[in-house]
Design a protein around this ligand. Structure first.
Ligand code: SAH
Length: 279
């Protein structure tokens, strides 16, 4: 059986050819991954599009250095939210994107990390397409890649793990309904976005389902920014560690043997690695 994929040939991008994907169209919305914070981690395409935008609708995790690239003539609208405190509800964000696009503006929807990884990019694209607004997504470096790279943690390493799973620790009604048995695996890396509040429950559930209490855990706060801090603990001590160190979002939690995969090399070699602010 062959799968049919329908492609919208009316999208102006088709008229452009390969080399012009850095051009913004009037009436287009581009969801742009702004990466984890360090401006150098933007893609070239993101960089070019941000500079051309007429309207920039941005979230809390978009760094000031990146906002500094926006044209002084652009209208900047902050719609950021903390997990429990929405500055603008999602449906209103979607309506705003549609409204600005229909005014013929070049609309950049700037999101921390990658728009399609816990970024609600999918929801926004659904509404834009339903409303007949041309849109596209520029991928960004997600927190999992950036925080681990800057902290000397390989997300996968053949000696330790066979896979890696990204989960969110933020759930409706504060209930973590996850396939714990499948997640509690020694040969797997688990990356938790938005997990600081639910870290105690997370640790308990993993241990209860068979993951060793001494499984290494890394926490990376404000990854790649000037305040980048990476911490090491283990699953058993995660709850008290978070409390004692008053760890706050944005923090990424990495659970698994890869956390210490390079520990010896990082400590005992003359050659330097980029870790600067770790404890
Ligand atoms: N779309 C984003 C994720 C948004 S969810 C991405 O792809 O990275 C927000 C969560 O991502 C935060 O609570 C935190 O867990 C993680 N996060 C995002 N940026 C981070 C950073 N610079 N440092 C640490 N964690 C980060």
């Amino acid at each position: 059986m062959t799968m049919q994929i329908s492609v919208d040939k009316t999208n102006p991008l088709f008229a452009l050819g390969k080399n012009n994907k850095r051009a913004f169209f009037n009436g287009e919305v581009v969801l742009i991954g702004a990466g984890p914070g360090d401006v150098d981690l933007l893609t070239v395409r993101a960089y070019e599009l941000i500079k051309q935008a007429d309207v920039v609708i941005y979230d809390r995790l978009v760094s000031q250095d990146i906002m500094a690239l926006v044209s002084e003539h652009a209208e900047c609208i902050y719609v950021g939210k903390k997990s429990s405190d929405h500055a603008l509800p999602q449906d209103q964000i979607n309506s705003l994107l549609i409204e600005k696009a229909k005014q013929g503006k070049k609309v950049a929807r700037l999101k921390g990390g990658d728009p399609f990884i816990f970024g609600r990019g999918g929801e926004e694209i659904q509404d834009l397409l339903k409303s007949g607004v041309h849109c596209r997504v520029v991928p960004g470096i997600t927190a999992a890649s950036a925080c681990t790279s800057y902290s000397g943690i390989p997300l996968t390493h053949r000696d330790f793990v066979h896979g890696c799973t990204f989960i969110t620790g933020h759930f409706k009604n504060n209930e973590l309904d996850l396939p714990w048995k499948a997640l509690a695996r020694q040969d797997h890396t688990l990356v938790v976005y938005m997990g600081i509040k639910t870290a105690p429950l997370l640790a308990k559930s993993l241990i209860k389902n068979g993951l060793a209490p001494d499984t290494p855990v890394a926490l990376v706060s404000n990854g790649t920014s000037e305040e980048h801090t990476s911490y090491r603990t283990d699953l058993l001590h995660l709850e008290e560690f978070v409390k004692e160190n008053r760890i706050k979002p944005p923090t990424l939690i990495i659970i698994g043997r890869v956390v210490n995969a390079l520990a010896n090399e990082l400590r005992n070699n003359e050659a330097t690695f980029m870790v600067e602010h770790s404890c």
